[in-house]
Design a protein around this ligand. Structure first.
Ligand code: PDD
Length: 285
């Protein structure tokens, strides 16, 4: 069945949705995006994603095309029209269509705003959430402003393909000997009960799930260290896991072919997943 998508003010069937060939998202990857999960028909961490969208736009000198309430309405309508019980809502904003030029177009150029849904029945109960993920490590060859959630996803996409070619599920990216993050998630290890994850900076995306999970961990009296860690440290850790809007909290059980801990999802990752899902469902919109 055809989905309804949102394009520049209109709700249309996906086949009828169009964006200009001169769109700067297409020509220059000049755009940002957000991904919000839907569980039980409700949006998880919506306000966090809306706030990060505004920050990404502002870092690129782009106006905010729609205020939070208007965005929420569009998200909700797409969830309802497409009967999304569990799934994802993608929001893409570009600098709009203009004759090709490296310089930004005039500030009054209409931005392109697109939203679409993906239905993912059982999103919170995927097989991988029970078995854990295997990751390989690869050099982080992305640009230096990974804190901006831009649509420049070619390297993460290449890294994901390389991971698959090596028989793994995903890749953790490494820079100057330390893990930055996963291709589409933030990376963590657990050693002697302490949760370690890279500190915020321009080297990683400031995950909305990360922020909630660290808050819940601290509230549950778990020890958290925000600092860089090496691949060797990760392989010698008791546990490892990732967080993102699409995977929530998911254990990583193999790194470059070596089992982490006993090779099964560990108690800290399992507990954090449970707390995150419970708590974020309470505040879902
Ligand atoms: N990815 N780091 C990167 C590079 C990401 O692309 C993502 C999200 C995260 C986690 O952020 P959050 O917790 O806000 O989802 C970290 C999304 C899910 C995606 O591109 O599909």
């Amino acid at each position: 069945m055809s989905r309804t998508v949102y394009v520049n003010g209109e709700f249309v069937p996906e086949e009828a949705a169009t964006v200009s060939v001169f769109d700067r998202g297409f020509l220059f990857a000049d755009g940002v995006y957000e991904v919000t999960s839907v569980l039980g028909g409700r949006l998880v961490d919506f306000d966090g994603h809306a706030a990060r969208l505004e920050r990404s736009l502002s870092e690129l000198d782009m106006p905010v095309p729609l205020a939070r309430d208007a965005l929420l309405e569009i998200h909700r309508r797409l969830v309802a029209d497409n009967r999304i019980e569990d799934g994802l809502v993608y929001l893409q904003v570009t600098r709009g269509a203009a004759d090709r030029d490296f310089a930004y177009p005039d500030a009054d150029t209409p931005q392109t705003v697109v939203l679409f849904t993906q239905s993912k029945p059982g999103l919170a109960d995927s097989p991988q959430s029970r078995t854990g993920l295997s990751v390989v490590t690869l050099p982080d060859l992305r640009w230096d402003r990974r804190d901006i959630k831009t649509v420049q996803l070619l390297y993460p996409s290449m890294a994901k393909m390389e991971a698959r070619a090596r028989g793994a599920d995903d890749a953790w990216m490494v820079e100057d000997g330390a893990v930055t993050e996963g291709t589409s998630n933030n990376a963590y290890i657990v050693k002697n009960g302490t949760i370690v994850t890279r500190q915020l900076g321009s080297e990683i995306l400031h995950g909305i799930t990360r922020s909630a999970v660290l808050r819940f961990a601290r509230e549950a009296q778990m020890k958290v260290e925000e600092r860089a860690f090496t691949v060797e440290e990760a392989q010698a850790a008791d546990e490892a896991f990732v967080t993102s809007a699409s995977s929530f909290v998911t254990a990583v059980t193999r790194i470059d072919g070596r089992a982490v801990g006993d090779g099964a999802p560990g108690p800290v990752a399992r507990r954090l997943r449970e707390i995150y899902l419970d708590e974020s469902l309470k505040s879902a919109l």
